[in-house]
Design a protein around this ligand. Structure first.
Ligand SMILES: NC(=O)c1ccc[n+]([C@@H]2O[C@H](COP(=O)([O-])OP(=O)(O)OC[C@H]3O[C@@H](n4cnc5c(N)ncnc54)[C@H](OP(=O)(O)O)[C@@H]3O)[C@@H](O)[C@H]2O)c1
Length: 248
């Protein structure tokens, strides 16, 4: 097993990419702790992940809640080996319609949430540990209506390099996995009308060289690679899992 006895903290581990990654990490021998906000999804994740796992409720837009969650992980497990800082969400809106609240909301979860998850976890990471964050193909392309979400993902790409440089002396690797369009509840939360969502889904499939949405487990496998010793000489990198959308 690639992650035998490792302690892995996974944010956004109650749904989609995070949940599939939590399952794979568990199957590879890790003790997983997942964070989300929705009580029902937390309960369901606990059932799916089983006894050797733990679920915690924390709103990552609030650094104090991250602090508390990390303290609980440390109290239970003593230290952390892997952080998968993955929770994220977006709101679609054209330039003229973006409100300051929407702007702040997306940066609060997608950037501040990731930054402080790493900052609060770092003192408890074992030397030689691994941090993986979730960016997006959106950080290298321009998409109407997704300017703020895309900018958050570009910011996170930058954090991977800077924090990677800061933690390298401890042998801690910091990398990103960058998904393309993946079949999860994510798109349904963008606030788009059903018809627009269907049309943009069709347009994406047409644009993806592999001509389909990706499955969350395909991103999870990349996260396992980056988290494990298989990627022992990889840091500061972004592994793109997007069917070629941003690459070909
Ligand atoms: N799906 C795609 O097409 C796609 C493409 C590129 C990048 N991504 C990125 O992949 C990551 C995972 O997305 P997904 O597709 O798996 O979406 P998802 O199924 O909607 O999962 C989002 C996760 O984030 C958690 N979350 C949301 N707000 C939170 C908050 N304030 N505090 C703590 N946790 C919170 C959710 O938990 P609760 O519901 O319990 O709050 C859930 O577990 C995101 O960073 C997203 O930007 C997705």
């Amino acid at each position: 097993m690639k992650l035998a006895n490792k302690v892995a903290l996974i944010t956004g581990g109650t749904s989609g990419i995070g949940l599939e990654t939590a399952k794979l990490f568990r199957d590879e021998g890790a003790k997983v702790v997942v964070i989300g906000t929705n009580e029902q999804r937390l309960r369901e994740a606990q059932q799916v992940l089983g006894e050797n796992s733990m679920t915690l409720r924390a709103d990552l837009r609030d650094p104090a809640q991250i602090d508390k969650a990390v303290a609980e992980v440390v109290e239970t497990h003593g230290a952390i080996d892997i952080v998968f800082a993955n929770a994220g969400a977006g709101t679609a809106a054209p330039l003229e319609a973006v409100t300051p609240a929407q702007f702040d909301e997306q940066f609060a979860l997608n950037v501040s949430g990731i930054f402080f998850t790493i900052q609060k976890s770092a003192p408890h990471l074992r030397d030689g540990g691994s941090i993986v964050v979730t960016t997006s193909f959106l950080n290298t392309v321009g998409t109407p209506g997704l300017s703020v979400l895309s900018a958050t993902k570009a910011a996170v790409r930058s954090l991977v390099r800077s924090i990677g440089a800061e933690l390298a002396p401890r042998g801690i690797r910091v990398n990103a996995v960058s998904p393309g369009p993946i079949a999860t509840p994510f798109a349904s939360k963008l606030g788009l009308p059903e018809e627009d969502l269907r049309k943009s889904g069709e347009a994406l499939v047409a644009a993806v060289p592999l001509k389909r949405f990706g499955d969350a487990v395909e991103v999870a496998k990349a996260a396992v690679f980056l988290a494990s010793d298989d990627a022992s000489y990889v840091t500061g990198a972004e592994l793109v899992v997007d069917g070629g959308l941003s690459q070909i």
